[in-house]
Design a protein. Structure first.
Length: 263
């Protein structure tokens, strides 16, 4: 197996080192090394690493981090209903990845992130009567993907939801390109309002990419985040490691790094 030392390869290596649990494991290894050699601080480093590993896998800490970063407000059902009858809008779902090939379907399917966004986008489109669009090609780190996200999602939207996509932008590789490649097509179609569907952790970065270009084209962006939680701090189970907590923390860390990188 070879790894090309281009942007895609560099991003994969960087993410592998920066996302949990790698930093905690490195810290634990350093602490264990110091402890074995009788050097000061080894036990404390090991203890901190183990605590960080525990909490970085909990839904409660992920939710706290999300609130510190700044959560967007949900688009309420009442707000969605108020858009019905307006004929200058569109619902746009941002891609979040796909599974290249699933044997039971014999084809590629949206991953959990994209599937959740698509389900909500369909829900909003049906209640507003607005056309549905999707933007997503082959991401920089999706080195094994041969079919663009938009093509896979277009098939799922038509076959499983019975709602064909009006727009299926398949050339973008990141959030900035999502905006650059999609907004001109929407503006050309006379769209003046866009319900932007993505996860709450990604919304801040998405708005940074979409709002300036949309403003220049006279388009109003309506954030419609998915993945919001209001009960993540109320249960003891939320403070215990879980698959959901681990995945949520990794996603938040990824989005924070991408925000700092300006992607």
């Amino acid at each position: 197996m070879s790894l090309a030392l281009d942007y895609s390869g560099f991003k994969i290596v960087l993410l592998a080192a920066a996302l949990p649990p790698a930093p905690m494991l490195l810290l634990a290894g350093w602490g264990g090394w110091r402890l074995k050699r009788g050097r000061r601080g080894g036990g404390w480093l090991l203890a901190v690493a183990l605590l960080a590993l525990w909490f970085s896998s909990t839904e409660a800490v992920a939710e706290l981090l999300s609130r510190v970063i700044g959560q967007p407000a949900a688009l309420t059902p009442a707000q969605v209903g108020a858009l019905r009858g307006q004929h200058d809008g569109a619902v746009l779902v941002l891609g979040g990845g796909v599974r290249r090939h699933v044997p039971e379907f014999g084809a590629g399917v949206p991953n959990d992130i994209t599937a959740e966004r698509l389900a909500y986008g369909v829900w909003v489109a049906r209640r507003t009567g607005w056309p549905l669009g999707f933007t997503g090609g082959v991401g920089w780190a999706a080195t094994e993907l041969r079919e663009p996200e938009a093509r896979i999602v277009a098939r799922v939207a038509a076959q499983e939801y019975g709602l064909p996509l009006r727009w299926a932008e398949a050339n973008s590789r990141d959030t900035r390109q999502n905006a650059a490649y999609t907004l001109p097509a929407l503006a050309a179609a006379g769209v003046k309002q866009v319900v932007l569907v993505t996860h709450e952790a990604h919304m801040r970065r998405a708005l940074r990419a979409f709002e300036p270009e949309a403003a220049r084209r006279g388009i109003r962006i309506l954030p419609a985040p998915v993945g919001l939680r209001t009960d993540a701090l109320t249960s003891f189970a939320d403070w215990c490691p879980s698959t959901e907590g681990f995945e949520h923390m990794r996603y938040l860390t990824y989005e924070t790094l991408a925000w700092w990188a300006g992607r």
